[in-house]
Design a protein around this ligand. Structure first.
Ligand code: GP9
Ligand code: MN
Length: 428
C-alpha cells in the first residue's frame, strides 16, 4: 500500500549519499553502452592458463587509463540470473527471493528505470540480444522500462550454424548489431547482452582458440574457451565502435552478470584458483564480477570499494548528471564517499571490507571464521549489518510484489506509457 511506500521512502532518504563532485555529470549527454558479459567472473581478469592470458582484450580495457574499474564488485543475483542482473542494473531494485521479477512483474508493474529516464531526456534507448524476445519476459519488461527498441533474434539474419546454445553466436550477433546501432539517433543508450559464454560452455571447433582447462570437471573446463571467444567478440565490437566514430563520444559500461561456475564445482574452483580447497568465504569472493566504466577523459584506475549490481544505476545517474535525490532505489553510487560497503546477497548473506557473513559464519577479511572472537561491540556491528541487509531485501520485495512505484510521483519523471512501444518485426 501507499503507507508501505512512505515507510520505505523514509529509510531510503536516510541512506542517500552525496555524489562525488569529481565524477558528477562527467558523462552528461554522451552515448551510453551497457555491455553485458554473460557469466563472466572477475577472476578471469588477468587470469592465465599455461602462461597465456585467457581474455587479453578485456584485460587491456580493464587497465586502460580511461577505464574506471571496480575489483570488489559482486553479482547479487538469485534464481532470476540474467534477469535479476538486468533488474538491479536498470532499476536499483533486487530480484525476488525466488523466480524472476521480470517474468512475474515485468509486464504489469510500474517502473522508474534508467532507460525511461534517458528516453525522457532526449535519448534513443535500445536493447540488443541474440535470443528470442520472450526469454525472461524481456519483450514486455523492456516496455515497462522505457526501451524504444528491442532488437531480439528476429531482427538478425540467421543461418543454421550462426547459433549455439541459447541463440546467436556473439561475433555474428555483434557484427549485425552495429548496423542498427549506427542508425540510432544520438545520444543513445544501448544495452548489448551477449550469450555464448553461457553454461554448458560449448563452442564450435573453428571458434576455439585456447585449450580447455584440465580440472576434469566437464562443465567447468570449457569455460575459458567460451570466455576467450567472448573476449575476441568484445574486441571486435570495440573496433566497430572506433570505426563508426562512436568510441570517443560514448560511456562504455562493461559488466559480468553472474558466476559462470557454480558452487557445485568446488573441487574444480579450487584447482582454477590454485588452492587446496575452497571455503564458503572463498566462494563468496568468487561471486565478484567485473564492473568497468570507460569514457574519454574519465579519471580511470581500480577502485576497491565494495559494491554490487544494485549500485550501478545510482552510479550511472551521477555520472550522467541526473538528479537522484527522490528516486526509489536501494543501491548507492559506487563513487560516493559516504556509501555503505555492505553488499547483500539475495539469500541474506553479505560481504563487506571488514566482516562477511555466510550462513551462520562470520568471516574477517582474511577469510578466517571469527564468530567466537568478536567483542560484543563487534558482534553488534555485524548484527547491524545483517539488519541493514535484511531490511534492504525486504523493502525491495515489497516494492516489487506490491507494485509500489505506481503510488510514487518521481519529480521530473513521466509515468511510462507502455503502449507507445512496439517491438514487432514480421518474421520471414
Ligand atoms: C537468455 C540469456 C541467459 O536469453 O540471457 O540467461 P541466464 O540463463 O544467464 O539467466
Ligand atoms: Mn546470465
Amino acid at each position: 500500500s501507499k503507507k508501505d511506500l512512505d515507510e520505505i521512502l523514509k529509510k531510503i532518504n536516510k541512506n542517500r549519499t552525496s555524489p562525488n563532485i569529481e565524477y558528477y555529470g562527467k558523462a552528461k549527454g554522451k552515448n551510453v553502452f551497457i555491455f553485458h558479459l554473460e557469466s563472466f567472473q572477475q577472476f578471469m581478469i588477468d587470469y592465465k592458463v599455461n602462461g597465456e592470458e585467457v581474455t587479453p582484450n578485456i584485460n587491456k580495457f580493464y587497465h586502460d587509463s580511461n577505464t574506471l574499474a571496480f575489483d570488489n564488485f559482486f553479482n547479487q543475483v538469485g534464481q532470476g540470473k540474467t534477469s535479476d542482473a538486468e533488474t538491479m542494473l536498470e532499476n536499483s531494485l533486487y530480484g525476488l527471493p525466488s523466480g524472476s521479477a521480470m517474468t512475474s512483474y515485468g509486464a504489469g508493474n510500474t517502473f522508474q528505470a534508467l532507460p525511461a529516464m534517458l528516453d525522457q531526456r532526449g535519448y534513443t534507448t535500445a536493447a540488443f540480444h541474440g535470443d528470442v524476445g520472450s526469454f525472461w519476459n524481456r519483450d514486455n519488461t523492456y516496455k515497462s522500462w522505457g526501451y524504444q527498441y528491442f532488437f531480439s533474434k528476429d531482427y538478425y539474419k540467421s543461418k543454421k550454424d550462426y547459433n549455439i546454445g541459447y541463440g546467436l553466436k556473439d561475433k555474428i550477433f555483434l557484427k549485425q548489431s552495429v548496423k542498427y546501432i549506427e542508425q540510432l539517433p544520438q545520444p543513445f543508450y544501448a544495452k548489448i547482452i551477449t550469450l555464448t559464454n553461457h553454461y554448458p560452455y560449448e563452442l564450435d571447433k573453428k571458434n576455439q582458440s585456447i585449450a580447455k582447462t584440465t580440472t576434469g570437471d566437464a562443465t567447468v573446463d570449457g569455460y575459458v574457451q567460451t570466455a576467450r571467444y567472448l573476449d575476441q567478440s568484445f574486441e571486435e565490437f570495440i573496433n566497430y565502435l572506433k570505426k563508426a566514430g562512436l568510441y570517443d563520444n560514448s560511456m562504455i559500461v562493461v559488466y559480468g552478470d553472474h558466476y559462470g561456475i557454480s558452487n557445485n564445482h568446488k573441487k574444480a574452483i579450487a584447482q582454477l584458483l590454485g588452492k587446496k580447497k575452497v571455503t564458503s568465504y572463498d566462494l563468496a569472493m568468487f561471486q565478484k564480477v567485473p564492473f568497468m566504466i570507460h569514457l574519454n577523459g574519465l579519471k580511470g584506475g581500480i577502485n576497491h570499494t565494495y559494491g554490487g549490481e544494485i549500485d550501478v544505476m545510482p552510479t550511472l545517474m551521477d555520472l550522467l548528471g541526473i538528479k537522484d535525490t527522490g528516486t526509489v532505489q536501494l543501491g548507492q553510487d559506487l563513487l560516493s564517499n559516504n556509501r555503505s560497503q555492505t553488499v547483500a546477497f539475495r539469500n541474506g548473506d553479505f560481504v563487506s571490507p571488514v566482516y562477511s557473513k555466510i550462513g551462520s559464519k562470520v568471516y574477517n577479511n582474511n577469510g578466517e571464521v571469527v564468530n567466537s572472537k568478536l567483542t560484543s561491540k563487534e558482534s553488534k556491528e555485524v548484527e547491524k549489518q545483517q539488519d541493514e541487509v535484511d531490511s534492504e531485501l525486504n523493502m525491495s520485495d515489497k516494492i516489487i510484489t506490491g507494485d509500489l512505484l505506481r503510488f510514487y510521483n518521481l519529480e521530473g519523471f513521466k509515468k511510462v506509457d507502455k503502449s507507445q512501444y512496439t517491438y514487432k518485426k514480421s518474421v520471414a
